[in-house]
Design a protein around this ligand. Structure first.
Ligand code: NAD
Length: 491
């Protein structure tokens, strides 16, 4: 197994430029810091885009997308570039993993796995790009009619910090495969992987201006892109409140948006389930990535007959999770991605205590001296919660599991579906008829049966209700970035 490089010392702090029109542009004014959440040290300073850089990026993208070099590039040639990006990402996987690890604190093994997954996404969309067809549609008279799919032109991709490169690949690969120019705005917590992706894309032969990476805040760079008249479509992954603000701004422009938002996913265990497997899945489903996963199984429903035993074994298993520095051998949970976010998690757990919850395990920072400088928080399980408690209703986006009882199937469905979110869900049972019955009634974009967090680039992914609009991944993930045109030839 590979080991991570040592994080750069503070003396190496440098100002990272952004990528506009194939050139690296430094903007020192309002530059922000990328912080290592495991130590509190500054990794880099990063250029912050103002309205002027947003304008430059949009202008460059429009110029590049209209150039014959990109506009007339054949599908298999575009696919070739995507494959070269994937290969380069694999070659430089240590660098990408290292950058993600020092910016969001995920453990080394998960960072490495996410780079491999991002490269696979580029390869998948290379395949789709090369093989996807236009359609001849049935004529109803003396003509030949067809549907052709064309890019929007310039699209913006705005991403969060929890799995930056995965989300960026999930947007940039299909948007480029569809023939667009892209302006990527990564989270201010994790700007570096996107900047390296921009570099690799140029090296792989993508024409300058087709992928621009604009770093900066959501309030200035993100909002500036969404409201810019030259941006024709926005693909966003992040919190529901930001997604709503983007949808409102998009409505003013009558612009399509794809939104992948928050979740509060129910993880359901019936008495006949394979208990060992279910415990492992429940633990992984909430505590992997320190709970900072949109599909985290954060509401646990266990059938009353096994609830006591399941809870005791779950707590014992949780106590064995190794919380450590993300580069440490065998670390299973690193820090929370930022100190501000840990504060939010702590205030949510406090609200649960105030509402009378029992903390079965965790509920505090780890005591180890070596972790005192980082934004660490222990895996936490809460019980004795009211159905309408804040922590049951709202996404915490941290290592906090709410254990809730259910009586029967009807009660379960009612509780599972009473959330405003509807991203994912899990069911553990040996009864496949019951699994099917429940899977069809859950209001969620993904349902896992006797597995959890199984994700594939070929299966459409997205949310019901306030968890989002539109579906990424799969063949339709490319069409998301195109509009159709009907063409008629008189015969
Ligand atoms: P966030 O909404 O704060 O920020 C996400 C991105 O949007 C950042 O790049 C930010 O700068 C930008 N942004 C913020 N406000 C904006 C605005 N008004 N206009 C334009 N851009 C704006 O989210 P976060 O804290 O970075 O990420 C955590 C959230 O993301 C969680 O709610 C999580 O569930 C969600 N998420 C969802 C998925 C999914 O696929 N459904 C995946 C990962 C994360």
């Amino acid at each position: 197994m590979s080991t991570p490089r040592t994080p750069p010392a503070s003396s190496a702090v440098q100002l990272k430029p952004m990528l506009i029109d194939g050139a690296w542009v430094s903007v020192d004014r309002d530059a922000f810091a990328s912080i290592n959440p495991a130590t509190g040290e500054e990794n880099f300073r990063v250029s912050a885009a103002t309205a002027s850089e947003v304008d430059r990026a949009v202008e460059a993208a429009w110029r590049a997308v209209r150039e014959p070099a990109w506009r007339d590039m054949l599908q298999h040639q575009r696919a070739g570039i995507l494959r070269r990006i994937a290969d380069a990402m694999d070659r430089e996987s240590e660098l990408f993993a290292q950058l993600q690890m020092i910016e969001n604190g995920k453990v080394w093994a998960e960072c490495k796995a996410q780079v491999a997954s991002a490269a696979a996404t580029f390869r998948y969309y290379a395949g789709v790009c090369e093989t996807i067809c236009a359609e001849v549609t049935p004529a109803r008279g003396n003509y030949l009619s067809m549907t052709r799919y064309e890019p929007y032109g310039v699209v913006a991709a705005i991403t969060p910090w929890n799995s930056p490169l995965t989300m960026e690949a999930q947007k940039v690969a299909p948007a480029l495969a569809a023939g667009n120019a892209v302006i990527l705005k990564p989270s201010e917590v994790t700007p570096s992987p996107a900047l390296e992706l921009g570099r690799l894309a140029l090296e792989a032969g993508l024409p300058p201006g087709i992928l621009n990476v604009v770093t900066g805040t959501g309030a200035v760079a993100g909002k500036g892109l969404v409201e810019h008249p030259g941006v024709r479509m926005v693909s966003f992954t992040g919190g529901t409140a930001s997604g709503r603000a983007i949808a409102i701004a998009a409505a003013q422009k009558l612009m399509p948006v794809a939104l992948e938002l928050g979740g509060k996913s129910p993880h359901i265990v019936f008495a006949d389930a394979d208990m060992d497997a279910a415990i492992e899945a429940v633990v992984g489903g909430i505590f992997e990535g320190s709970g900072q996963s949109c599909v985290a199984g954060s509401r646990l429903y266990v059938q009353a007959a096994i609830a006591q035993e399941f809870q005791e074994r779950l707590v014992a298993r949780t106590a064995r999770i190794k919380v450590d520095m993300p580069q440490a051998q065998g670390a299973q949970m690193g820090p929370i991605a930022s100190f501000g976010h840990r504060q939010k998690i702590e205030s949510m757990v406090q609200s649960a205590r105030d509402e009378g919850a029992e903390v079965l395990i965790g509920g505090q920072r780890p005591e180890a001296e070596a972790l005192a400088g980082g934004a660490f928080y222990q895996p936490t399980i809460l019980s004795g919660l009211r159905r309408d408690a804040l922590v049951v209703r709202e996404e915490i986006f941290g290592p906090v599991l709410c254990a809730l009882p259910f009586q029967d199937e009807e009660d379960l469905i009612e509780q599972a579906n009473e959330s405003v979110y509807g991203l994912a869900s899990g069911i553990w049972t040996a009864d496949y008829r019951r699994a099917w019955r429940i899977a069809t009634r859950l209001e969620a974009g993904s349902v896992w049966i006797n597995t959890y967090k199984q994700l594939s680039v070929s299966t459409p992914f997205g949310g019901y209700k306030q968890s989002g609009l539109g579906r990424e991944k799969g063949i339709g993930g490319l069409r998301l970035y195109q509009q159709s045109k009907g063409i008629y030839f008189g015969m």
